[in-house]
Design a protein. Sequence first.
Length: 253
Amino acid sequence: MGLVSVANTQPRLSTFEGWTLREYAVVASTNLVAATLPAWSAVRSDTQTNGRGRFQRAWVSDEGGLWLSAVEPAVGDTIGRRAMPLAAGLAICESLQQLGVSHVRLRWPNDVLVDDRKLAGLLIDQFSLGLVVVGIGLNVRNRPENFDASLKNCTTRLADLLPEPPELPQLTVVILRHLRRVWLELERSGAAALFLRVNRLWEASRKVELDLDGDLRRGVFAGVDDQGRLILKNEAGTTDFYDAHQVRHLTET
Ligand code: BTN
């Protein structure tokens, strides 16, 4: 199926709790469909032909996974902007905890892992001033390793973690509800309380290597500070703080 006909397919529309949800059988990328939609729109597709991951990587989007994008208003100030990707990761973790998933943790900034295997990834895009698209890829009953052998033993899925994983429409409602709740908390009460909750989700302090656009720094990742900056205790015994845009990639070592 060509991309033009994909884009022209009529979605199933529904509304709930302030969200307008468009559901498709197939799109190129839900983030790209969401790019032109207003705040509190969401797009879910059964599959994506051009699923996008961070760092321009392809994202395997096979049938049975949750491929969802949510449009949120950008929170105005610098700390709010720093907080939004972290708040989105927090909302996904809190959704999963509510569903009964144990040992959920974050890897900076917002990869969601269970036992060191990736369960969900987030791609935050800003296509227009004042709106942020939060793209969520969550493995549910799909088998991404069948489409990319390098993912074998690196990913997990809800079907492996829960006796009865939710159906995709139910999971969509739970996640959108948490995204909106966490966004409202950020808007109304500020980022400080959210950063405290986010900092509980990294689990143990971990040795990491930061790639600052080719400049590599090693140390121990110690969460985020009260302004949302990454804290790195470096090998010299001092502490450095990094804004997300300075860090191209974090590798746990
Ligand atoms: C990552 O690299 O970890 C982020 C992956 C994000 C994938 C999701 S699936 C829904 C949305 N649409 C996309 O094309 N990407 C995101």
